[in-house]
Ligand binder design. Structure first.
Ligand code: FMN
Length: 221
């Protein structure tokens, strides 16, 4: 697969086949992704690969915390507190597109909640990845993390695998750190579902638009 095809064809996958992913293939993907650039070659990433019990426990514990009314306590603010345009509208449209693909009415709070909770079980993917970064590093390392994570998604695409990056899995970092026995020195940035896409699932068969190049680019001579 051409790099350009991986870049433009990748889309979030939120329904997976009940088919395991060979750990050697995961290793191969990570082995390629580590060639991501990073400031001063600091390579700030730490990846936790979960499946089976650990993955199941993460889902159960986060859902229990939510049901218990425990407040989210993320290590960093992924989203703004106050949404402004055009981001507010883009976010709204993206949410609507997802629920429409799932045939869930906007007013059906129970079904929306159930769909959202799928996040915590990595959308049923056989493998989950959790991305951590050393607390001592600066904000610039977040750029490095993003490049590394994108490399993983593109390599997964190349190998016929589907992914969904998930900030939702970083809402209760203490729970995840406790289950995986990760030191407090590491910030949890996000998770990712990884597996073979169920190409027949409607949720995998819609795309969200992008704004035109001219909307975000200024040219200078
Ligand atoms: C860092 C990051 C975190 C995300 N978190 C979630 C998430 O928790 N749940 C989810 O369903 N999608 C999540 N997404 C997926 C975005 O909604 C998706 O990338 C966006 O709508 C564009 O769709 P596409 O990736 O299918 O092109 C996340 C994306 C990124 C980059």
């Amino acid at each position: 697969m051409q790099v350009s095809d991986s870049v433009t064809q990748r889309q979030c996958i939120r329904s997976f086949l009940d088919k395991p992913v060979d750990p050697q293939l995961i290793n191969e993907i990570l082995n390629a992704a580590r060639w991501a650039p990073s400031g001063a070659n600091t390579q700030p990433w730490q990846v936790m690969v979960v499946s089976g019990n650990s993955k199941q426990t993460i889902g159960e514990r986060i859902i229990a915390a939510r049901e218990d009314g425990q407040k989210e306590n993320p290590d960093y603010d992924y989203y703004p507190e106050n949404w402004i345009e055009p981001y507010r509208r883009r976010r709204y449209e993206t949410g609507m597109a997802l629920y429409s693909a799932l045939h869930i009415e906007k007013s059906d709070h129970e079904k929306r909640k159930a769909a959202w909770y799928q996040n915590y079980h990595f959308f049923g993917a056989p493998v989950g990845l959790l991305f951590f970064m050393d607390k001592q590093m600066g904000r610039g390392s977040l750029l490095d993390m993003g490049m590394f994570i994108q490399n993983i998604m593109l390599m997964a695409e190349h190998h016929g695998l589907g992914t969904c990056p998930q900030a939702s899995l970083a809402e209760y970092p203490d729970i995840v750190r406790e289950i995986l026995e990760v030191e407090n020195d590491y910030l949890l940035l996000c998770g990712m579902a990884l597996g073979y896409p169920d190409s027949s699932a409607p949720v995998n068969n819609y795309r969200v638009e992008r704004v035109a190049v001219s909307d975000f680019t200024r040219w200078y001579d």
